[in-house]
Design a protein around this ligand. Sequence first.
Ligand code: PEP
Ligand code: MN
Length: 338
Amino acid sequence: MIIKLKDTATEKQIAKLKNKFLKEGFELHESLGTSTLLLGIIGDTTVIDINSLYAYEFIDTVLRVQEPFKKVNRKFKPEDTIVNVSGIEIGGKNVVIMAGPCAVESEKQINEIAPIIKDAGAKILRGGAFKPRTSPYSFQGMGVEGLEILENANKKYNLPVVSEIMSIDDLPYFIEKVDLIQVGARNMQNFALLKELGKIDKPILLKRGIASTIEEWLMSAEYILAGGNSNVILCERGIRTYETSTRNTLDISSIPVIKKLTHLPIVIDPSHASGRWEYVESLSKAAIAAGADGLIIEVHQTPETALSDGQQSLKPAKFRALVKKCRRVAEAVDRTLK
Ligand code: PEP
Ligand code: MN
């Protein structure tokens, strides 16, 4: 439930109202708009009689929030959330590009690719150290050593890093070595993991589940915010449909829907969405035109020899050309891609 207060409401009146709800066992969420205060009431609000609230002369409007997600709901916080990833802001006017290989394969590979993607315009380096592979016989990632390689590259090239966490047990390593913790599609509903990520303040990149609805995805984000961590960036990476010509189907509609439903930023992963390098540029341009706050793209020096996802990885020259084109699309929709 949301209570919009009149701008004449005094601090004393507001404190009294807040106390009443706290005593009744509700949790409160405040959002200060341009001039009015929105008071979010979280809990079983069905017991509250809306009419009786209008007895308070300083209450302007009372609104029931039908959606099951509360803290991520734009109704609770009308202004966009900007997530700061070690100095890089995601969710503002800028469009931010993250890029790098699917998996960290060696120190040499990362040290080569980091300056290349940075020079092309990427602001965050990606690389999986713990890989969720369909087959147990496929390359599983370098583990903690991979995180150390990313950490060193960050120090050397001043490039924040994003990497996927698969197990709660690894959280201490991620807190120490990674700037943005990725929750992969397969773990979007790993609620135990989400609860732990709610207890920290590090930014989280929450990918949409392989066959999840937008509401389920937002409920997963709600777990993290409910725990106290509001630094969540959503990532649409395609969903499973009956179409087989692409690895997944990029749900472009999710961008305006997410923008309407939540204040959280959204980035698009055109690599996993399409599964083929030749479609990545089109989807990237479409995503920015539709209002995405950023992209996460797989780039590899030699995709032919990549240990995972070579078929969807761009070579450096193609990535550089993509960024240039995306910059123009960003300008066309009044955004900036630096
Ligand atoms: C990845 O980004 O490396 C990855 C495995 O993505 P997803 O979870 O979207 O499949
Ligand atoms: Mn991949």
